[in-house]
Design a protein. Structure first.
Length: 146
């Protein structure tokens, strides 16, 4: 991924994901209201964010999102600041690809949980899903260029 536009897009999606995940974490701990995204029974952030599926081994899913997005941001920033193509270029590209693939799979799992187990969607979670799709698609397309 030699294209600076692709790296900037990844940075954008990562920052967007961090913002959305920080809000979701604040909502999880009741530090922020979710009124704007608790529209109906089918679109209810409160229902999703208070469900048993909102934590994994006691760790809020939103915190895992923050860790994911900060990791993606860090890798992309290193690639942006070190445009020299060398052995580390391949490492950062592969790390971004595998990290974004894991993020996509995890987000698909969470969307399955929302649709079939909780039977309600969270708009904030869907925004995070879009950020993950944007990151994965940009990394995948950038991988094809190499």
């Amino acid at each position: 991924m030699k294209n600076n536009i692709a790296i900037k897009l990844i940075l954008f999606f990562a920052v967007f994901g961090i913002i959305v995940s920080v809000y979701a974490l604040a909502h999880h701990f009741e530090l922020a209201g979710g009124e704007f995204c608790s529209i109906s029974d089918a679109l209810d952030c409160d229902k999703v964010n208070k469900s048993v599926y909102s934590e994994i081994f006691g760790v809020p899913v939103a915190l895992l999102g923050i860790i994911f997005y900060v990791s993606v941001f860090s890798l992309a920033l290193i690639k942006f600041l070190r445009p020299v193509i060398d052995a580390t270029e391949d490492f950062y590209q592969k790390a971004l690809f595998y990290l974004s693939a894991v993020g996509l799979l995890f987000t698909l799992y969470l969307n399955f949980v929302e649709a079939f187990l909780i039977k309600s969607f969270c708009l904030v979670c869907l925004m995070s899903f879009l950020a993950v799709i944007g990151i994965f698609a940009t990394v995948f397309i950038g991988s094809e260029d190499n």
